[in-house]
Design a protein around this ligand. Structure first.
Ligand SMILES: *[C@@H]1O[C@H](CO)[C@@H](O)[C@H](O)[C@H]1NC(C)=O
Ligand SMILES: *[C@@H]1O[C@H](CO)[C@@H](O)[C@H](O)[C@H]1NC(C)=O
Length: 546
């Protein structure tokens, strides 16, 4: 207990309530200011883990305990409404007021059954009492002990919880288990996804658990049965997609030729591994997108990664003179597409070079130029790769910095004059007399997606950053991955929003990519609009053309 070393420093008030390290129940927790503060903090953290289109509401504190360590642990059981579901969450919030530390150190939420009614002689859907919760965590921990994996799995969802009285209490529940990035160790027991993020390449199992509690026996709890359907109920085995016929079709579709049989074998293996990943991304898809054998299906993560920004962007970089864009007021159109208004050039291909930022920048300026000057020009990315010395060519860059560089250089040449090579050239071949388009500044656009849409419809396509998590195997549809898999603060790809619309009840953005017309929807990516999916709303900028 090295935490106790700080005992001497503790303000006396912390020690008044009980023994150091012991837990004290807080009566009337909803009337206790500290508990309410800890609860609100936990709720904020929990909501941060959910997709932002729904929030937990109607919070009720079921119980609260405090424990004085070197600081205070708040053990909270709270019940919340989440959409049509009622969830019960056990959270631990750790507060060390003298160092301004507030942390949610553990969280575990389960769906409660709406009804407690028993069918005659049947199985009772249970309200989540303490024993049921114990049965579930017992099942999960035993599953982790017994599985062969080195990594800890955690339930994405618990459902169908029931309790039956047969020679003890027999608990049954279904758990959608997802492997995390944490190794199995004593330290990681009972950790939530906040501390152990899911690994999308990790195992996914839908398991049925049966746990027996016999209070008079030692041990009291036994995991009597668990059956897992690896890969979830949603799709079959990923190897369905890696059949040789599929690989042959893939090769024909994308005109792939491998030089040696050995290379061919290696690519088939990569293809199979990738189809397994695609299937898992499909499992955590909330929209209508399909993932499968795209043109990149035979590339390893490293090879594919060459077309992304090598490091996630530092979102704090913002040139001093970048102004906030004016957001148009009033009604915006329900859909808009700049491709129908002559402001978007054909889809380009960056190749194996991390120059996405340059394509995002030229795409925006092409749009601004077309709208202001009534001429659609295809502008040079290679000029930026070679001559923008603040950015790093094929090793990454930022559109906001590229606007600055273009102003310093004096403008952009056309694609025709300064063609794309897809590698860092030693020299900058910029020739000022060949400048075709000039800009006079740049603006940062809102993070609110309605305001982004309003600005876009009035002013033109927008340069954005996005987390490319779901893109390698995107075949089409409206992409909407779970937030825990597609971290909105890790932007690694620069693209261009050219429009938006609604399909059925799904609002979406139309995003121009730079991976050629044979990827996605003829080179385009549609993404769910209104939930900050993959951080697409966090780095929206445009050049200004006068
Ligand atoms: C829960 O039970 C329902 C009804 O029996 C079933 O359709 C569903 O697949 C079960 N859930 C899981 C995750 O097994
Ligand atoms: C710059 O471009 C102009 C017009 O195309 C051309 O006449 C001139 O020779 C070029 N200068 C250099 C240094 O290439």
């Amino acid at each position: 207990m090295k935490l106790l070393v700080l005992f001497g420093l503790l303000p006396v008030v912390f020690c008044a309530g009980g023994l150091m390290g012991g837990k004290s129940n807080i009566p009337n927790p909803e009337k206790n200011v500290e508990i309410m503060a800890a609860t609100n903090f936990a709720l904020e953290k929990l909501n941060g883990l959910l997709d932002s289109d729904a929030k937990m509401t109607n919070v009720k504190i079921v119980s609260a305990q405090t424990q004085v360590v070197s600081g205070v642990n708040y053990f909270l059981t709270i019940r919340v409404q989440y959409g049509a579901d009622v969830k019960e969450c056990n959270v631990v919030v750790y507060v060390q007021s003298w160092t301004n530390t507030n942390k949610m150190t553990s969280q575990n939420c389960i769906d409660l059954k709406a009804s407690k009614r028993s069918l005659l002689g049947g199985i009772v859907p249970v309200d989540m009492d303490a024993d049921t919760k114990k049965a579930i965590s017992f099942g999960i921990e035993n599953f982790n002990q017994r599985s062969n994996s080195m990594f800890r799995s955690q339930p994405l969802k618990i459902s169908n919880v029931s309790k039956q009285l047969v020679a003890g209490n027999l608990y049954r529940f279904d758990a959608d288990m997802q492997e995390t990035q944490c190794r199995k160790s004593q330290d990681n027991i009972n950790k939530g996804f906040a501390d152990c993020p899911p690994n999308v390449k990790g195992l996914r199992n839908v398991c049925k658990f049966t746990v027996l509690q016999q209070a008079w026996k030692t041990p009291e709890w036994t995991l009597t049965d668990f059956k897992c359907n690896q890969g979830g109920l949603l799709g079959g085995d990923g190897h369905d997609l890696c059949h040789l016929d599929h690989f042959t079709k893939f090769k024909t579709d994308f005109n792939k030729n491998y030089e040696t049989t050995q290379e061919e074998k290696k690519r088939f293996k990569v293809f199979c591994d990738n189809m397994e990943i695609a299937r898992r991304i499909q499992d955590v898809e909330k929209g209508t997108a399909k993932y499968g054998p795209t043109i990149f299906a035979d590339m390893t993560a490293e090879e594919f990664g060459l077309r992304l920004n090598p490091k996630p962007w530092n979102l704090n970089i913002r040139p001093d003179n970048m102004l906030d864009a004016d957001i148009p007021q009033g009604q915006m159109p329900t859909s808009f597409d700049w491709r129908d208004h002559g402001a978007v050039t054909a889809v380009k291909n960056q190749g194996s070079c991390g120059s996405c930022w340059a394509f995002s920048t030229t795409g925006n300026i092409e749009g601004q130029w077309a709208i202001k000057k009534k001429t659609l020009l295809s502008l040079s990315e290679q000029e930026l790769v070679d001559c923008d010395k603040v950015d790093q060519g094929c090793n990454g860059g930022l559109p906001s910095q590229a606007y600055e560089a273009i102003m310093k250089l004096g403008g952009l040449e056309t694609e025709k004059e300064y063609g794309y090579k897809g590698y860092n050239e030693k020299t900058c071949f910029f020739n000022k007399t060949e400048v075709a388009a000039k800009i006079s500044g740049s603006v940062k656009i809102s993070q609110n997606e309605d305001e982004i849409a309003a600005w876009l419809a009035k002013n033109g396509p927008i340069s954005i950053g996005i987390n490319a998590f779901a893109m390698q195997f995107y075949m089409g549809g409206i992409s909407h991955p779970w937030k825990i898999f597609c971290n909105p603060t890790k932007l690694d790809h620069g693209v261009l929003i050219v429009g938006y619309g609604v399909e059925g009840s799904e609002p979406y953005w139309i995003i121009k990519n730079s991976w050629g017309p044979n990827w996605g929807e003829k080179g385009y990516y549609r993404v769910y609009r209104g939930a900050g999916v993959c951080g697409l709303n966090t780095m929206c900028t445009s050049a200004v053309v006068n």
